[in-house]
Ligand binder design. Structure first.
Ligand code: NZQ
Ligand code: ZN
Length: 386
């Protein structure tokens, strides 16, 4: 296990009536002018908007709305939010939605306190924000775990880069699985697969030797697999939704990453695919993962064997270790098919090879991946995904 520093996590209100508990307890710490930030309007349909506005009005807060945050939030949207926050002297941001809304708000919170452009500051000058408008995350669609950390994934359309930007950490996060019952099944599954991907991308990071973080990770992966199957069988059952919501938070709250250099190579490729196509994040990952793993498993052999045994229960004594490792990757590919996620880019409507070359050559290559890929190899992987 590598040395580590364990960072602060947001205070979490989880479960039934978590929103009421959170707002009642925290209202005294929330300034007078509150930015209520949300996406395309699902929060109005599911009733959470009225509930929040009710609490804020009761507490005599001024409400400033920032709406229309799109999936795969853009840098232009961040700038719009920061402008609204500055003009209205916003004291606190309530981000209500999935990963996209929460991510956008983390950077709005930082940009509103800065004169300089945060993209240039972080990517060119390698400086990071230290002042933020305090914020809270109210999660209505789980999967990204965005409510648990200070990283945000933003698409800068001008430079065609979708990348992680560091912003605010929520003061508190609300996770009530009841709000996720209305998330369309396709999104619920792609979100849950995103969680599974975060766990794998941490597990296959360095060191490959097993350690306590990876053993906790194995149970998160097994739990995620089981509850994805449950949620498909019983879409209105709150229990698998609750389990998946906490799996999602666990995969991104930093616990599984302690002592590890994470891999996240699949994410880096998918993010660039997103920058070029605006595709769904979990779906893109589902296509990339098995193909990527068939390319790299020899370099991380012992861990791929353990993944097959401990996560997928492959214990056939007659199989060679090579075949056990491959069976684990096949089990992953079968699972992706079983839960109705796409298995090819063509299924996602992505077929342009020239564009894929640009995706490959603009993808970041990670140091945590057991095999250090080249851009040419990433292009080969993407062609195999077609
Ligand atoms: O916009 P609205 O109307 O709210 O609809 C949303 C959106 O269409 C809908 N939705 C959310 N809650 C709902 C609901 N519909 C019905 N009932 C509800 N209760 O769901 C759709 C998808 O929402 P979105 O936030 O885009 O999805 P997700 O949570 O998967 O977030 C995806 C974004 O997060 C980034 C991804 O790259 C992508 O940009 N990620 C963020 C990470 C992080 N910050 O740690 C890590 C991830 O790896 C990921 O990259
Ligand atoms: Zn992800």
């Amino acid at each position: 296990m590598n040395k580590f520093i364990m960072n602060k996590m947001p205070k979490v209100y989880f479960g039934e009536k978590a929103l009421k508990d959170a707002l009642e307890n925290e209202m005294k710490n929330i300034g007078k002018t509150v930015m209520l930030a949300y996406g395309g309007g699902s929060i109005k349909k599911v009733g959470i908007y009225d509930e929040i506005v009710g609490y804020l009005k009761e507490a005599h807060k001024n409400i400033v709305e920032f709406s229309g945050i799109m999936s795969n939030p853009t840098y232009a949207k961040v700038q719009e939010g920061a402008r609204i926050a500055k003009e209205n002297h916003v004291d606190f941001i309530l981000a209500v939605g999935g990963g996209s809304v929460i991510d956008c708000c983390k950077i709005v919170s930082a940009q509103a306190k800065l004169e300089k452009d945060i993209w240039e500051m972080e990517f060119v000058n390698k400086q990071f924000p230290t002042e933020f408008i305090p914020m809270a995350a109210i999660t209505t669609a789980s999967g990204t775990g965005s409510e648990m950390n200070n990283g945000a994934v933003i698409t800068n359309e001008e430079v065609k880069i979708k990348a992680g930007v560091l912003g605010a950490l929520a003061e508190f996060s609300v996770l009530d699985p009841i709000y996720t019952l209305t998330v369309p099944m396709k999104q619920a599954i792609s979100g849950a697969f995103d969680t599974f991907s975060h766990a794998m991308e941490t597990y296959f990071g360095k060191p490959l030797e097993n350690n306590v973080s990876d053993e906790i990770n194995e149970s998160i992966m097994r739990n995620t697999i089981r509850n994805i199957r449950e949620v498909i069988k019983n879409p209105q059952d709150i229990n698998p939704r609750a389990e998946l919501m906490w799996d999602s938070a666990m995969a991104e709250n930093g616990i599984l990453k302690l002592g590890k250099i994470t891999d996240f190579q699949a994410h880096q490729i998918e993010h660039q695919l997103g920058a070029y196509t605006d595709c769904n994040h979990g779906q893109g990952l589902a296509v990339i993962h098995p193909v990527l793993y068939r390319h790299i498993y020899k370099e991380g052999f012992s861990k791929f064997v353990r993944f097959a045994k401990e996560v997928w229960g492959i214990r056939d004594e007659n199989l060679s270790v090579e075949n056990i490792a491959l069976k684990g990757i096949e089990a992953l590919a079968e699972f992706i098919k079983e839960i109705g996620l796409p298995t090819t880019l063509t299924e996602m409507g992505i077929t342009n090879k020239n564009m894929l070359k640009e995706v490959a050559y603009s993808s970041h290559i990670t140091i945590g991946c057991c095999k250090k890929l080249t851009h040419e190899e990433i292009f080969e992987i993407l062609l195999e995904c077609l």
